[in-house]
Write a protein that binds this ligand. Sequence first.
Ligand SMILES: NC(=O)c1ccc[n+]([C@@H]2O[C@H](COP(=O)([O-])OP(=O)(O)OC[C@H]3O[C@@H](n4cnc5c(N)ncnc54)[C@H](O)[C@@H]3O)[C@@H](O)[C@H]2O)c1
Length: 333
Amino acid sequence: MIHFGVIGYGYWGPNIVRNIRSLDGAKLMAVCDTNKNAAERARKAHPDVRVTTDPAEILRSPDIDVVAVITPVWTHFELAKAALLNGKHVFVEKPFTATSAEALELIEIAERKKLQIMVDHTFLFTGAVKKIQQLIDDGTLGKLFYYDSTRVNLGLFQHDVNVLWDLAPHDLSIVDHLIGQRAEAVLATGEAHFNGLTDVAYLTVYYPDNVIAHVNVNWLSPVKVRTTLIGGERKMLVWNDLEADEKIKVYDRGVQMNSREGVYDLLVSYRSGDMWAPKIENTEALKAELSYYVHCIDQNETPFNDGMAGLRVVRMLEAAEQSLKHKGEAVFA
Ligand SMILES: NC(=O)c1ccc[n+]([C@@H]2O[C@H](COP(=O)([O-])OP(=O)(O)OC[C@H]3O[C@@H](n4cnc5c(N)ncnc54)[C@H](O)[C@@H]3O)[C@@H](O)[C@H]2O)c1
């Protein structure tokens, strides 16, 4: 049995708490939030669980094996570092840390103390991303051309991070996982309209072999959109995450170009075949992710969404931040 303590019971924390409680191999020992109202909410929802406003009670508790850090980004490093130094595994929210130097330090401590870091890259555990991975791995999509995501809605404005650090980690962790290659260069443009934090941003990431990723993140959109296009040489797909049933539609569409001997013009032909919606596994991503973490700790296995995966995303965000300051200049990651 793996014993969890959760720090942070704001918007996302209750989902972590609920899912830990639903796992067979895990037990929730305590919840902490420095905010009295949040702590009170935790107490009401889970009267049988110890609730505290002092993080040290969780960080030092001898009966806790894993600390889940579900607090704002700027607090991740201090809390995760203290947990690791006290011999506890850590489950840290995305983005892993506020800087790559912090991420490297946490990875080094975890390695030295033989502890497992998992970064909450929730989307990697959704049925949709698992299906896309399968369509890439089994060759259905063919050679990848591009990943193009629109992740926009009205708010929620954050106080400590801009829209890139808030929303882009989802897509950056997905492309990192699906493409499996290091980014070559990152370009970002954007604007801030209210509190100095960028609220609209466009991010482009260049990968080897002519693969390109584009992510549009925006807190000022009148409607919520979660749509991603993925283009491959053999098939293309549209993933609409707001769709209840047919989240992914695969299109047998594409382009072929031939030049015949003696004919100087390119002969372009378009293929427009069938469309189908593959069946997608319908389990809660967080439950699958936390269950995998329990398995990793039990078996002493390194999760694929480990500290290094978190670091790669933070490095891309840092490169994007630098590019943003120079109005879209390419930053080589
Ligand atoms: N994986 C996902 O899909 C997903 C979704 C939403 C948020 N998140 C991430 O979860 C984290 C928290 O986001 P949120 O939206 O829940 O924020 P939030 O502000 O709603 O909640 C954070 C809570 O942490 C508490 N807190 C702050 N510092 C603390 C400390 N030192 N000790 C104990 N409690 C402390 C605050 O009082 C607050 O209640 C962020 O990193 C965010 O990026 C991830």
